[in-house]
Design a protein around this ligand. Structure first.
Ligand SMILES: Nc1ncnc2c1ncn2[C@@H]1O[C@H](COP(=O)(O)OP(=O)(O)OP(=O)(O)O)[C@@H](O)[C@H]1O
Length: 614
């Protein structure tokens, strides 16, 4: 569904044609500048040499005499790999070699597009692709941009590095050269492409937070002369989302929330509704539209039926109907039809007189009577017994009720909002629910999507629930680690928002530092990650129970942290071994050079003696 917002097959989603630039090539995505000959740094044993690639054509790599790049090594097949240069793009293909071809450590099958800095390993030989000159590149189309973004997300996940996506709404009066200007103003490793109708999108690897906002601000400044009404929005991995659709749609929503000429972060695209004590957070466009509908429905007195999975927020939707209606100052009376014993349903709904049944020591008004002037919320209405359904229907139609044991009818002025996670049509067919009551209750229907269908809300709700829970505990604010954000994004949330809220309350109570880590989450939510680091305490602790003893927890290091420590150690060793030559050190451990340089700073590794180029 979200994909449609960025669908380049829709002819309306295109920039005006730029006479100086074609958009059909994927050159920007491959980031191999057309005007500069790409070349390879060939590293074998302790020596390295340079091999220039042709402007276009194929290069055979192998041991064979006819190979263009001939390598004498028993680990190399006679015809090992082929590099193809077309239209500024460089690809590598494995020619069914014995030892295979790896790109950045990952064995490839078939052909793979390359970017500057990629390390191609053939046996013990490393080839590093270089395309350094800043020359004109071309705008990626929407599909190419998405593909590049997906690749970058994968790369970022592999190396635990950040990534920012910037959406630019060009606005009225934008000139066609906007795309070219955008490309000229970004780094070589960045990708700029079409994001939809008069929209650009850019993928900025290894930027996040303030640095991403600064990059977006630079981009806006570069574009302002040719797009005076432009606005930009930024979304960062993993803070705002972990997949291409989510990041693109959040960045675009943020751009829509920005002032003309300005840049907004994802937080600006969140809608907040205050419903009495409760604050509702909405970030998914479908949810924002749904609550607009609820606001309009609230103005009438129509019954509303809220559908949705358990914990999806049905009671909130019902409360919003009440809060925004003319009855907002009156009572909001909820009744959970599933938790009432069948014998008590009718007395709860309609009330009773003294002595109406054994135990009715005093007269008591029912819920419908107490809700008069306001709204009654019938939660899990599908569980209502058939007898009570008939009486409820009569009461709703006549707007009158009769207490058990009484003969008088009493007028009630109520609005009914009902909710269910059952398929009531199927319940009617099975004879468990009255069709006429369904018609009555479902005059207007609101269908809440489950949380897994609104992934952009997950990190926003998680942070808000965590902040609330910490405040309630009187504890200092806390943040979510990147690993937690990735885990939350991958979780299916069968218990929906309630499960997320419980998970954050659990973490807020049990966490030890100022950052929630994977092992702070309840096992149900942490899922496989928890299984990988089974903690005797964590494995059995239900949400809300006492935290496992700290000593037990400390015996386990999360896999991500272990990987970080190993990576840091290997990087330091490689630098040591190469006398501080970063390019060579990166190659030794099979890490792209730019990632190596980024991580050098991230890990606070001493750059003393480190040289940037060999
Ligand atoms: N958009 C939201 N913003 C903030 N809190 C939310 C949001 N949606 C749901 N919640 C919170 O999540 C919890 C579960 O929501 P709610 O009780 O409305 O779900 P439900 O669908 O009625 O559940 P059930 O099917 O079990 O009756 C509540 O604490 C609610 O306040």
């Amino acid at each position: 569904m979200r994909r449609a917002a960025w669908d380049d097959t829709d002819p309306s989603m295109r920039l005006p044609p730029d006479p100086t630039e074609e958009t059909k090539s994927f050159a920007a995505a491959s980031a191999t500048p057309a005007g500069a000959r790409p070349h390879l740094l060939v590293i074998q044993g302790g020596s390295s040499s340079r091999f220039s690639l042709p402007a276009s054509g194929a290069v055979l790599v192998g041991r064979a005499a006819e190979a263009d790049l001939r390598i004498e090594s028993s680990a190399i097949s006679r015809r090992h790999a082929r590099l193809m240069v077309t239209d500024g793009e460089v690809r590598v293909a494995d020619l069914e070699s014995h030892n295979g071809v790896r790109v950045n450590g990952e064995r490839i099958e078939g052909a793979r597009a390359l970017r500057s800095g990629d390390v191609i390993t053939l046996g013990e030989i490393a080839l590093i692709l270089r395309c350094e000159a800043r020359v004109s590149r071309r705008l990626a189309d929407a599909a190419q941009l998405r593909q590049r973004l997906e690749e970058e997300i994968e790369r970022a996940a592999d190396y635990g590095s950040p990534l920012a996506v910037i959406a630019v709404l060009l606005g009225d009066g934008a000139r066609p050269e906007a795309g070219q200007r955008a490309i000229a103003s970004v780094r070589l490793m960045d990708t700029v492409g079409l994001g939809g109708a008069a929209q650009l999108a850019a993928v900025f690897p290894e930027l996040t937070g303030d640095a991403a906002l600064a990059a977006a601000t630079d981009l806006v400044a570069a574009l302002a002369p040719v797009a005076p009404a432009l606005r930009a929005g930024v979304a960062c991995l993993p803070v705002d989302g972990c997949d291409a659709d989510t990041l693109l749609s959040i960045a675009r929503a943020a751009a829509e929330a920005a002032t003309p000429g300005g840049v907004a972060s994802a937080a600006a695209a969140t809608v907040r509704h205050r419903l009495g004590e409760q604050t509702l957070l909405l970030a998914d466009p479908a949810m924002i539209r749904l609550y607009d509908l609820i606001r309009r429905l609230a103005q009438s007195d129509l019954p509303v039926l809220v559908l949705g999975e358990t914990g999806a927020g049905k009671e909130n939707a019902a409360a919003a109907v009440h809060h925004w209606s003319r009855r907002g100052g009156g009572p909001f009376v909820p009744l959970n039809c599933a938790t009432l014993p069948e014998a008590l349903v009718e007395s709860e709904l309609f009330g009773h007189e003294k002595g109406a049944f054994s135990g009715a020591a005093a007269a008591k008004p029912g819920l419908l009577e107490r809700a008069s002037g306001g709204t009654v919320f019938l939660d899990e209405v599908g569980e209502l017994p058939l007898g009570a359904q008939a009486k409820l229907l009569r009461a709703l139609e006549a707007k009158r009720i009769t207490r058990l044991g009484d003969v008088r009818e009493r007028e009630v002025d109520i609005r009914v909002v009902a909710a269910t996670n059952r398929d009531l049509e199927a319940e009617c067919k099975a004879g468990r629910f009255r069709q006429d009551l369904l018609f009555r209750l479902g005059a207007a229907t609101v269908d809440l999507p489950p949380l897994r269908q609104r992934p952009r809300e997950v990190p926003i709700l998680a942070r808000a629930f965590l902040a609330e829970a910490r405040e309630r505990l009187g504890a200092p604010p806390a943040e979510l680690s990147d690993a937690v954000l990735r885990l939350l994004a991958a979780h299916a949330w069968p218990g929906n928002v309630r499960e997320l809220k419980n998970a954050m309350e659990f973490a807020a109570a049990t966490m030890q530092g100022d950052r929630v880590e994977v092992w702070d989450l309840p096992p149900r939510t942490a899922g496989r990650a928890a299984e990988e680091q089974p903690s005797p305490g964590a494995a059995t602790a239900p949400p809300g129970s006492a935290p496992p003893p700290p000593a037990e927890l400390r015996r386990f290091t999360p896999i991500a942290e272990e990987v970080r420590q190993l990576e840091r150690r290997r990087m330091a060793e490689a630098l040591e071994a190469t006398g501080g030559v970063q390019t060579r050190a990166a190659e030794l451990i099979g890490m792209p050079v730019r990632t190596f340089v980024f991580k050098l700073k991230q890990y606070g590794l001493s750059q003393r003696g480190a040289k940037s180029r060999s």
